[in-house]
Design a protein around this ligand. Structure first.
Ligand code: MN
Length: 337
């Protein structure tokens, strides 16, 4: 068991606060979401008001985690304490910076709970709880144990989800013996790993015809600019046929980004009457999606953006133009967070 020197200060700050905001960075993942939801469970049990914030939408693949819909991109006007989970990097709070809300955090007590080894670049935090662990939920478990915080079954499940996800099922290099011990302790508390895995898999289930359709879409993916950009085009008849079941681009955008050199994926939808939409996703380190979308009158976030055109322009020409702007933006963008 770990003995965190800042635990007493964390207890004091949390005990004093009535309304606590738990923040995830602009690249939410299962660990950050599970950390936020676990803290909400733990502190909710004490009667605290807890608001969950994330500057970007929680990705669809994480929405099976109960409570994920409570995550909002609006920082409340009033709160007593903020807790930033799963990041110590200032650059990952770009959305707060953009909306001018980062100052609100700096003006109130702020705790960072994280497991990343890098030196924290968030300078306004009053307490830093950053320790070597496979997941942030592992750090939260240690903290809870040390401070005697009760973990209800749901909280324990969230902690297990974070550990399993960030450790790739306890196989990643960062997995330490303690991570495995903690998972065992969570199982002792009643967590059923098979149940967690089944819930995760159920969230990926689709109508059987969508599985065939996904295959057709994947076959049509084109790679451009030395595989750096992947694109796919969805014609109107497919929008009509499949949209009621699932938004076609979302079936393949994540797979399109798995190409070895691929940095950007674009899915175009061609409606009748000349309407064209594009969904853009960028891989981590190549956040140019918003800039690309802006060039065509759209917008969004660095890693997820889109645009919509209604001026009946020639699609082939638009596609060529979009790919060329994308190449240009990628070339001008140095890899980095
Ligand atoms: Mn993590």
């Amino acid at each position: 068991m770990s003995d965190y020197p800042e635990a007493a200060a964390i207890k004091q700050a949390v005990d004093k606060a009535g309304h606590i905001v738990v923040l995830q960075a602009d690249n939410p993942d299962a660990d950050s979401l599970a950390s936020a939801l676990a803290l909400e469970e733990i502190m909710g049990d004490w009667g605290k008001q807890v608001t969950l914030y994330c500057g970007v939408d929680i990705p669809a693949y994480l929405r099976y985690l109960p409570g994920s819909s409570r995550v909002t991109s609006e920082l409340p006007k009033q709160f007593d304490l903020s807790i930033i989970v799963d990041t110590s990097s200032d650059s990952l709070l770009e959305q707060l910076e953009k909306s001018g809300q980062k100052g609100w955090l700096a003006a109130k007590p702020c705790i960072i709970i994280d497991h990343h080894a890098t030196e924290p670049t968030i300078k306004f935090a009053s307490i830093t709880c950053v320790h070597k662990a496979v997941a942030t939920t592992e750090v939260i478990y240690e903290l809870s144990t040390q401070l005697g915080w009760q973990l209800n079954r749901t909280a324990a499940e969230f902690l297990a989800v974070g550990i399993l996800s960030d450790s790739l099922g306890l196989t990643s290099e960062a997995t330490i013996a303690r991570s495995i011990h903690i998972l065992a302790e969570l199982v002792e508390k009643g967590v059923k790993l098979a149940e967690l895995e089944s819930a995760r898999r159920d969230s990926m289930r689709r109508e059987p015809e969508l599985i065939h359709y996904k295959g057709r879409l994947l076959e049509r993916v084109e790679f451009h600019d030395q595989n750096r950009i992947a694109s796919v085009v969805i014609p109107y008849n497919e929008i009509v046929e499949f949209s009621p079941l699932y938004n076609p681009p979302m079936l393949v955008l994540d797979d399109m980004r798995l190409g070895k050199e691929t940095r950007l994926a674009i899915a175009f939808k061609l409606y009748d009457e000349g309407k064209i939409t594009a969904k853009i996703r960028a891989n981590y380190g190549f956040g140019v999606a918003d800039k690309l979308a802006e060039r065509f009158g759209g917008g969004g976030h660095p890693y997820a953006a889109g645009f919509k055109l209604n001026d009946s322009r020639d699609f082939d020409q638009l596609k060529a133009e979009c790919l060329s702007v994308a190449s240009e933006l990628l070339s001008g963008h140095e890899a980095g967070p």
